[in-house]
Design a protein around this ligand. Structure first.
Ligand code: FMN
Length: 361
């Protein structure tokens, strides 16, 4: 790894460039790629880039509060490290490295059940706010075992990712013959994953009424309504970063109608294409409570390990504070959809279109 002094990274673009230098082609393609034509990946960025700002001025923004509160816990930003399986192929220490960065900076980590080291070791690695994300690859007793272990190890919310009924065709991985080690052992539970239905959500809520449940991978108003009817605490709007169903809508394109349908009966979180402070501010202005970062998290870790991800979050925070101030808001409570307008994007959307100065971009 080749960047000991992370303060030398003055922009997120430099972090992305360092990640590209550090990663071998296989892990690089795995981290940045999507499903099939990667249309959903592009639409995530298209939807973000189609939103412009309407700034308000002369509003005394000399003191800005960019902290947030989720489940009663104060956080440095309304940003979470989205679950990433196989982080161990991106950075030494895998999920434990992400946990340390989350703790050092002050945002929650959502741990993927297909990431190493496992639940217990990751929890022991750092004292951070943590949520556990499960791919259901076993029966009810298997799920219950994970719930128990998660609770015993200080995970304060449980997440079911529901956009993986089938595993998609990630063509960059296929073309590069990148056979991920964790995929080799994942086959056993695939039938459970395809068989998942709202029945399991109901069972979870009945059995664990006081353990907040996050349903990740909601992409329509209809499913958001069902999630609310099942009493879930968080509707997590996501298309898996465009890595599952190709030709979906961008997350930010569906967020407004989902927020309207949910109507405050659950929190709404979102991810998909978030690379910049301004991106996060757009989602919060619409009404999302939190934003997940997937690729950006992996890129920060690949750039320079734990300090690299902490630096990524510091730069993201700086961008967010500047955006808040320039919009005339001193906190998220002052942001509203009135700060936003639709405008045609000026860049060709793509996984790195937020970084126009990348070498070779
Ligand atoms: C390398 C990689 C691995 C991922 N693994 C998981 C996973 O194990 N579980 C899950 O729910 N989502 C997983 N995701 C999806 C992310 O949690 C998140 O939804 C997505 O990355 C958001 O889009 P972004 O990468 O553009 O920020 C993964 C994403 C990436 C990039």
């Amino acid at each position: 790894m080749n960047a000991p002094h992370v303060e030398e990274f003055l922009t997120l673009q430099e972090i992305v460039a360092a990640a590209r230098r550090n990663l071998q082609p296989g892990p690089w393609s795995y981290l940045v790629g999507g499903a099939e034509t990667e249309t959903t990946v592009r639409r995530n960025r298209l939807a973000l880039d189609s939103i412009a700002f309407r700034p308000r001025v002369l509003r005394d923004v000399s003191r800005i509060d960019s902290t947030a509160t989720l489940f009663g816990k104060k956080l440095r930003l309304p940003v979470l490290l989205a679950p990433i399986g196989g982080l161990e192929s991106i950075v030494e220490g895998g999920a434990a490295a992400a946990a340390r960065a989350a703790a050092q900076f002050g945002v929650p980590q959502m741990l993927s059940s297909v990431c190493k080291p496992g639940l217990e070791e990751t929890a022991a690695a750092a004292d951070t706010t943590r949520y556990f994300q499960l791919y259901v690859r076993g029966d009810d007793a298997w799920v219950d075992d994970h719930v128990r272990r998660a609770r015993d190890h200080g995970f304060t919310a449980f997440c079911l990712t529901v956009d993986v009924a089938m595993y998609s065709r990630r063509e960059r991985d296929l073309i590069g013959r990148f056979i991920k080690p964790w995929r080799a052992t994942a086959g056993d539970g695939v039938a459970f994953q395809s068989g998942l239905s709202w029945k399991q959500v109901k069972r979870f809520k009945d059995k664990y009424p006081d353990f907040p449940l996050i349903i990740k991978g909601i992409a329509t108003v209809e499913d958001a309504q069902l999630a609310v009817e099942h009493g879930v605490e968080v509707v997590y709007v996501s298309n898996h970063g465009g890595r599952q169903l190709d030709h979906g809508l961008g997350s930010m394109a569906v967020l407004p109608e989902i927020l309207k349908a949910v109507n405050g009966k659950a929190q709404v979180w979102v991810d998909g294409g978030f690379m910049r402070g301004t991106d996060v501010i757009k989602a919060i202005a619409l009404g999302a409570k939190a934003v997940g970062i997937g690729r950006l998290c992996g890129l920060g870790l690949a750039a320079a390990g734990v300090p690299g991800l902490v630096r990524t979050l510091v730069l993201l925070e700086d961008e967010m504070r500047i955006a808040l101030g320039l919009l005339g808001a001193t906190s998220y409570a002052e942001l509203t959809p009135q700060h936003l307008a639709f405008a045609p994007p000026v860049t060709e959307p793509g996984v790195f279109s937020a970084f126009p100065h990348l070498p070779e971009a």
